[in-house]
Structures are given as structure tokens and as C-alpha cells.
Design a binder for this molecule. Structure first.
Ligand SMILES: [Ca+2]
Length: 430
């Protein structure tokens, strides 16, 4: 019985360590898929709800453990009484019987009793250990209960962490807009080949266009120096009011762009430190699968007033500048996965992840420079730590203030607000 009890107790301890790993908060590093919370880290309310859900089961287990212990204790007590009784009768037998014949018999009986006594003592020790385990579990239970109560109080009125997720779903934000959604916010989408649905921020405008936002930078609050896995899964925070910075994740961007039969436009929107806004559109935008290192491809620059930085830029340093700073066809690189066309590691130098060539003319995951201006000195001798660059608008020593990267089907891009694009490319009306 003892081993099974210990196994139960071990299981409980495991359960506790699992739950405490989850409550460590919203650090991305501890956030893994299929951990019961989905792909995103739990909010404090989520943790509280989760704990409240599993606690009754733990309490039942503890109670069962307690009952088992009590029955063992009763059994041990009965055994002890039996031992005392046997000892007494053995001794009295010894006293009253003939020395020769009965002495040996009672002596071996006494030996048996002593062995039996040893077993009882060992069993008592085991019970003692288990009881200690139970009280330590009880203490942890009460700590967890307290934590849960604190979290509940924090979440009760009003729960600041609660996030409104819109009820409509679809293959992407345009699909959701087509189904009648009129407000921007958080929605679940499930592209055709996605194994499971995931959350995105949909920007839905008054023309009924639904943009699926894949990247957002607004204030430098999020560090974009992340590794391959983080860029793969996405990082940062989605917010229902578009107030936070994030990278949706290469795998999701791949699913949104490469598994759809509809040509997709990547719209890039940029804001500089004087509040000027410009944009650039690329059509047939696709991000390949991980096996092809999330390669970026697009059909052509569809227009916009920010210029075509993805086509590369002649910086004047070398005749091959434009060729080696173009982005179409480049694989994705991070500091721990160098897929660029450079002898060094562009992503490591810039502390970011991007479709690096040797290295870039448009780079929206660069280092955030408050105020926008940075110098060669900030960037280091070899141009390290480059900012958020779109070199066909502002030069390489100017880091932009805000960026948005979002997707929309080609058929919808010109619907309202797209006049400028149509004007620049009169032959491309849809
Ligand atoms: Ca390299």
C-alpha cells in the first residue's frame, strides 16, 4: 500500500509544480503550445480560473490520501495491541512452563515477535513520513488557495486583464468582415491548412475591408531581438484596441499567405516622428514554410507613397548595393539562424529577425530609437543595431516611429482609400 500512496503523493507534488510553473506569469519563455492555455500566455484571470477548476480534484485526492492513512494507522494500532498481547502470553508461558521443552519454543516465539515489532516500527516511520508529506501539501494548498483568492480579488471588479474576443471567426480578417463584422478587434482565424485557430487583430474599416495585422510597432515597448523559435511562434501582445506591439509569428504568416488561393497584398504602413504617414503595398505576398526558412516572395510592388524599399537601394557604397539590399526571395534570419547572403550575420548585428539579404533597405523589426535619429556611432563600426528603416522614404540614419504590416486579399485593396494606388497604376484596377 505504501508505494501506491507515495505515487499518489508524488503525483500531487507534480501537479503543484506544474501549476506553479504556469503562475510565474506571462514571460514568453515559459509559454508553450498546448499547455492548457492555448498558444498565448495566460492572463492572471486565466490562471485564477484554471486553479479554481483543478482545485476540487486535488482536494478530493488529499482527502482520499488522508482516509488511507487513517486506515493504515488503525491497522498498525491493532497490530501493536496484538504484539503486546502475544508478548505477554509468551512471557507468561515462559514463566509457567517447563524450562527444557517449552523454553526453546517460547524463545523462538519471542524472536518472531521482535521481528514483527521491527516491522511495526518501520511502518510507523513510513506513516510519519507520509503524514509530513500531507501536511506540507496542505500548507501548499492553503498557499495556493490564498493566491487564488488574491487573483480573484484582483480580477473581480473590473478585471483589467480580461480581453474581449469577438465572436465571429473566419479564414482571415477579410472573411470575417465579409460575414458582417464592422469593428476592429481580436478575432480567431483558421486559415485553410492551419492545424488550429489562432488569435489575430483585425482592422476593419468603413469600406468593409478586413486587414489581418501581422506586425505592429508603436512605442518601442517590445524588444524585437528574438530567436528563431520566438519569431516562428510570434511574440508581444495582441490588444483589442491596437495599443500593443507584436510579431504575429512566421508560422501563422505562412498559413495566412501560402495556403490561400487568393492573392494576398502586404500593406506596410509607416509613421515618422513628425506624424507623417506613408504606405507601400506588395501583391502576391507569400511567406514559405519553415523548411524553406519562411522565405519571402511577392509578385510586384503594387504602389504606395513610401517607395519600394523591398527592391533594394543604391546606398552609393558599392555598385551591387541595390542587388544585395533587395528582399524579394530572401529567407528569414534570426541571430541564431543565419540564412542571409552575407559573410557575417545580419540578424545578429541588427539584433532582430528579418528577411535579410546583405543586409537590407527596408527593415521594420530593427532597433527602436526614441526620436528617430541615430548615428553611425550608435550603429557601430559595421552598421550594427540598425533602426526601423524604410530607406526610400527616410535615409538609413532615421528610425521610424510606427509600423504596421497587414494582409488583405488583392481583390479588396482598392475598395475605398485605394485611390492613390489606382492613380499610380491605372492599368491595375480590380
Ligand atoms: Ca551570413
Amino acid at each position: 500500500m505504501a508505494p501506491s500512496l507515495l505515487a499518489t503523493a508524488g503525483g500531487l507534488l507534480l501537479l503543484f509544480s506544474f501549476s506553479s510553473a504556469q503562475t510565474r506569469g506571462d514571460s514568453i519563455a515559459t509559454c508553450t503550445r498546448n499547455d492548457g492555455f492555448g498558444e498565448y500566455c495566460p492572463t492572471t484571470c486565466g490562471v485564477s480560473d484554471y486553479m479554481l477548476r483543478y482545485m476540487p480534484a486535488v482536494e478530493r485526492d488529499l482527502e482520499r490520501l488522508q482516509q488511507q492513512l487513517e486506515s493504515i494507522a488503525n491497522f498498525t494500532k491493532e497490530t501493536e495491541e496484538t504484539v503486546v498481547y502475544m508478548k505477554d502470553s509468551a512471557l507468561s508461558a515462559q514463566k509457567t512452563s517447563q524450562p527444557d521443552m517449552y523454553y526453546k519454543k517460547s524463545q523462538s516465539m519471542l524472536d518472531d515477535i521482535r521481528r514483527f515489532e521491527q516491522t511495526v516500527i518501520a511502518q510507523e516511520q513510513q506513516i510519519n513520513d507520509l503524514q509530513n508529506l500531507i501536511s506540507s501539501n496542505e500548507r501548499r494548498m492553503s498557499d495556493l488557495k490564498q493566491l487564488s483568492v488574491n487573483l480573484q480579488q484582483k480580477c473581480s471588479e473590473p478585471c483589467k486583464d480580461s480581453v474581449e474576443i469577438q465572436p465571429l471567426t473566419g479564414t482571415d480578417c477579410q472573411d470575417i468582415a465579409n460575414k458582417g463584422a464592422t469593428i476592429s478587434g481580436l478575432y480567431y482565424v483558421k486559415p485553410a491548412k492551419a492545424p488550429e485557430q489562432f488569435l489575430v487583430y483585425c482592422e476593419i474599416d468603413s469600406f468593409g475591408r478586413g486587414f489581418t495585422v501581422i506586425q505592429r510597432r508603436r512605442d518601442g515597448s517590445l524588444d524585437f531581438k528574438k530567436d528563431w523559435i520566438q519569431y516562428k511562434n510570434g511574440f508581444g501582445y495582441l490588444s483589442p484596441d491596437d495599443t500593443t506591439e507584436f510579431w504575429l509569428g512566421n508560422e501563422k504568416i505562412h498559413l495566412l499567405t501560402a495556403t490561400t488561393t487568393m492573392p494576398t497584398v502586404l500593406r506596410i504602413e509607416l509613421v515618422d516622428w513628425d506624424g507623417n504617414k506613408k504606405h507601400a503595398d506588395y501583391t502576391m505576398f507569400r511567406v514559405g514554410p519553415e523548411i524553406d526558412m519562411y522565405r519571402l516572395t511577392y509578385g510586384y510592388y503594387f504602389g504606395g507613397d513610401a517607395g519600394d524599399a523591398f527592391d533594394g537601394f543604391d546606398f552609393g557604397d558599392d555598385p551591387s548595393d541595390k542587388f544585395y539590399t533587395s528582399h524579394n526571395g530572401m529567407q528569414f534570419s534570426t541571430f541564431d539562424k543565419d540564412n542571409d547572403k552575407y559573410g557575417g550575420n545580419c540578424a545578429e548585428q541588427d539584433g532582430s529577425g528579418w528577411w535579410m539579404n546583405r543586409c537590407h533597405a527596408g527593415h521594420l523589426n530593427g532597433k527602436y530609437y526614441q526620436g528617430g535619429r541615430y548615428t553611425e556611432k550608435d550603429a557601430g563600426e559595421f552598421g550594427f543595431d540598425n533602426g526601423i528603416i524604410w530607406v526610400t522614404w527616410h535615409n538609413r540614419w532615421y528610425s521610424l516611429k510606427e509600423t504596421t504590416m497587414k494582409l488583405i486579399p488583392l481583390s479588396r485593396i482598392t475598395a475605398g482609400g485605394g485611390q492613390q494606388t489606382v492613380k499610380q497604376f491605372p492599368g491595375l484596377e480590380f
